[in-house]
Design a protein around this ligand. Structure first.
Ligand SMILES: NC(=O)c1ccc[n+]([C@@H]2O[C@H](COP(=O)([O-])OP(=O)(O)OC[C@H]3O[C@@H](n4cnc5c(N)ncnc54)[C@H](OP(=O)(O)O)[C@@H]3O)[C@@H](O)[C@H]2O)c1
Length: 233
């Protein structure tokens, strides 16, 4: 049997880099979508022939279509897509009086429209794969039910909208045998999560991979944390 293939966006650092390493160790063929930072990935190519680094800006049609072309030529299909790339801008924590409205579309372009663009263009390859899994890395910040925040507008709104996207995709793609997951990776010690966060990227990636590889039924839930706890929308 051929190794299962997975594409990860934002694979150059943080949670995406850890997911890449761990999936390679498990024998997956990993297409590691890289935006700017790629030196950590380059160090892995000698040990893992199953690694292919792919330039990928999730805000650009032409970049995503080039990535589709590369994956199509290399594998002919794709089994798992992990939409992991996201930003949390410096201005995100501003309260209402200081909200920078012009930053909101920037965040949505990467965190919300980016995953939809990648899913849209990779759909033909995913239809050739199995188990046809799409994982949107969301956040507890996207939960409206659990929200006690007084700010952080653009990031939280972008993840709430990503959750809606995940639900619509599940409705649409379930008859074609897909499983969609929206996963909160925990509060993780990455550039985004900062040094005081709860867990290491390794711990987060372990939990996410365990969930991805679970034997999902189409009617199972969608929105979970990295430990498998279902979260309120
Ligand atoms: N860390 C946390 O505590 C936490 C909590 C909840 C949810 N999350 C979610 O978990 C995921 C991973 O977060 P992280 O902590 O690993 O973040 P991170 O360390 O800041 O890494 C973000 C990744 O996204 C990539 N990226 C940014 N803009 C991009 C674009 N236009 N196209 C493609 N890739 C782009 C970055 O690429 P470059 O390196 O090239 O810039 C980087 O690889 C995100 O979806 C985040 O929202 C994180």
């Amino acid at each position: 049997m051929l190794a299962q293939s997975v594409l990860i966006t934002g694979a150059g650092r943080g949670v995406g880099l850890c997911l890449t390493k761990k999936l390679l160790e498990l024998g997956f063929t990993v297409f590691a979508g890289c935006y700017r930072v790629e030196e950590h990935l380059k160090g892995l190519t000698a040990s893992f022939p199953g690694l292919q680094i792919i330039p990928l800006d999730v805000t650009s049609d032409s970049s995503v279509l080039s990535a589709v072309d590369l994956v199509s030529k290399a594998a002919g299909g794709l089994d798992i897509l992990i939409n992991n790339a996201a930003v949390h801008l410096d201005t995100t924590m501003n309260l209402l009086e200081d909200v920078v409205l012009d930053d909101i579309p920037k965040t949505f372009a990467i965190n919300t429209i980016g995953p939809l663009r990648v899913t849209k263009y990779f759909l033909p390859l995913l239809l050739q794969g199995a188990p046809k899994t799409i994982v949107n890395i969301s956040s507890e910040a996207g939960s409206i039910g659990d929200c006690t925040r007084r700010g952080e507008y653009d990031y939280t709104m972008s993840k709430a909208a990503l959750n809606m996207q995940s639900k619509i995709l599940q409705n649409y793609l379930k008859p074609k045998g897909f499983k969609i997951l929206a996963l909160h990776p925990g509060w993780v010690r990455t550039d985004m999560g900062g040094p005081n966060a709860d867990i290491s990227p390794q711990e987060s990636a372990d939990g996410i991979i365990k969930l991805i590889l679970r034997d999902w039924k189409p009617d199972d839930g969608i929105f979970f944390d990295y430990q498998g706890k279902e979260l309120p929308w």
